[in-house]
Design a protein around this ligand. Sequence first.
Ligand SMILES: Cc1cc2nc3c(=O)[nH]c(=O)nc-3n(C[C@H](O)[C@H](O)[C@H](O)COP(=O)(O)OP(=O)(O)OC[C@H]3O[C@@H](n4cnc5c(N)ncnc54)[C@H](O)[C@@H]3O)c2cc1C
Length: 492
Amino acid sequence: MTAEPVNSDSDKRHLRVAVVGGGITGLSAMHTLTRAVTRGGCPVEVTLFEASRRLGGIIRTEEADGFLMELGPDSFITNKPGGVRLCEELGYAQQLIPTDSRFRRSLVLSRGRPQPVPDGFMLMVPEKPWSLVASPVLSVAGRLRLLGEYFLPGRAPAGDESLASFVRRRFGREALDRLVQPLVGGIYTSDPEKLSLQATLPRFPEMEARSGSVIRDALRQKKRAGSADPQRSGSGARYGLFAAPRRGLGDLVATLEQRLRATSGVRFQMGSAIQSISSQPSQQGRTEWCVQTGDKKQVFDAVVLTLPTWLAAQVLQGPQFNDLRQHLRAIEYASSAIVVSGHQLSDFRDRMEAFGLVVPACERRQILAVSFSSRKFEGRAPAGQIVLRTFLGGAMQPELMERSDEELLAIVNTELQQIFGMSQEPIFAEVMRYDRAMPQYHVGHLDRVAAIERGLAQHAGLQLAGSGYRGVGIPDSIDSGREAAERILALR
Ligand SMILES: Cc1cc2nc3c(=O)[nH]c(=O)nc-3n(C[C@H](O)[C@H](O)[C@H](O)COP(=O)(O)OP(=O)(O)OC[C@H]3O[C@@H](n4cnc5c(N)ncnc54)[C@H](O)[C@@H]3O)c2cc1C
């Protein structure tokens, strides 16, 4: 739902809103709040509290020596509205570029060697069954078991199920271990035995319910859409659906910041870590929100809290939040690291002609995935060079996060040598750590989020937003910030 233009503010209440967290969720909330101001002139004052000295949170882009390096996320999916709509509202949509169709394929490590993910294999569905038949990634028995899903009777979904249980039941153990776990793990950095299918990939149980078989449903949909659908080319994720700003996601953040700074009624309190948020009755009989930073307390009519759920639980103070805090704390987060490195292409035995490689847990390596960043998007490395982003840790290998940066760099170098035949040290390499940054949507997650939303309904003026609730990606976070802001605007 988009905020409609407001023609008159005379009958609207003046609102003082605190936004906590200057990542993309908080910026999206501010954008929605200030759009209501600029379009309708209604009085909303917005104050951002950001603990660090920079905006963007997990999003961070650097440029040096002709390389463009995404140190956090690198792109977003366009079939969810959040990202594209925000860019359109900013007049920024022309800066979005699609993935480079020349390299639109994924690799999976299979018995120590990078092999192409079978063409048309989308997370768990072989949309081109013949290419699966010809692929060496699964044994003959594994391929037959996977394709046999077409003939398996459907089971009416009875509540939530883990990804692992669903895939084993429908496609067999080998498909889970060798293809689905690494492909889905690359997105959620999660343990598939715990990952909620309903919260992450609800379309697959829906396909089973609709057609009795996921493959049968996919083939029907494909027939309906026509085989010429360009977004269906490739393998792994639906890469034709991904986009990124030409100059990196940091440029989108900078554009948002510039726009917000030029808007009256907006204040930025950078380097201001919130210590607590509490509520008290106002003189008008409403609820006021007290935001504490250092020894300063500021009072607001509403708060949008965009921190990870475990941090949100820490800052909410008072017995009235006991239940809410308990649910927020129960959402687990995984830590991960990305090693961003630049190389001469000629230093690899492999041609590196793909978007990246995913590594099944059963291969027992120390990396989760490698994204070939400058193959995915043009213009990210000088000619003859390549930028790689190697992922480590996640829910499956938390112990790696105890290692020093030097140790992580050494691990990545060894893996790149063994897997791709890298013969020289990288031109540069940088380690980025993301501590408890990736929410884990375990089985039952949606019930927990529903309980959080019921609890929140008792606290008019408090909104929680971010990737911890109803979607982990950038478009989900943007939508979550927007919706939180719209609910606050409805208070006027
Ligand atoms: C390694 C990694 C790679 C990813 N890759 C992709 C991708 O390619 N595509 C995609 O769509 N999604 C990706 N995601 C997910 C995406 O990054 C998130 O959905 C999104 O960035 C979350 O934004 P946010 O604003 O909710 O949180 P954050 O970016 O975490 O922002 C929270 C902000 O709150 C601030 N803060 C913390 N504590 C306080 C406090 N006490 N007071 C005030 N401020 C505080 C922090 O400094 C931070 O700026 C990735 C996530 C990770 C971790």
